[in-house]
Design a protein around this ligand. Sequence first.
Ligand code: 5RP
Length: 225
Amino acid sequence: MTNEKNMKKIAAEHAAKYVQDGMRIGLGTGSTAYYAILKIGEMVRGGLNIQAVATSEASERLAVEQGISLTPVQHMDRLDLTIDGADELDDRLRLIKGGGGALLREKITAYQSDRLVIVADEVKQVTQLGAFPLPVEIVPFAYEWTVQSLARLGCSVQIRRNLSEGFYVTDNGNYIADCKFQLITHPEELSMRLGSIPGVVEHGLFIGMADQAIIGCQDGTVRIL
Ligand code: 5RP
């Protein structure tokens, strides 16, 4: 039996094997993507040559610490591969992301990538999305109204807070509304409805974006979806 950290590490290190010389790579955010960045850093220090973009300031700092130099996005057209985590995924590779607050940069990066590989521990794989509160990035202006609009979709909404009890502010200067639906029966429809609310910058439903998921399992193996 392997623990949660190891499941994440096994999945992330498996995904890092897809990184090849000359590739343009998107670096994800979170405790699973962390292991992918460590592994890629090791490969770079061993002579691998890549161009990379990070999906958060935290991943940017980690990448630089690991010796991965980051390339300004204007110098790259598409990315070959992005490796990122998820908070939930179903067997159709529909995802909830944003638990780490980086969903906007993650979605922009995923959209620009030829291949999005998700790395996760097996607890994240679900039959239906929704137990994990769906993170929605919203602008601070009139956020109370945006929260009301979100609640009308049938969820309970919490604005994410810091340990210091102030509102959590994303790398883009926005708030995160965590929307608890319990069960998301029609993710595609919900995605469209969320996208039509003024004040919503982006939401954490990633549909039709992931190409593959690598799941680290308790028995120490990986499951590929
Ligand atoms: C950050 C994310 C993360 O990928 C997601 O929260 C999973 O994180 P972890 O690997 O720490 O469980 O979407 O915004």
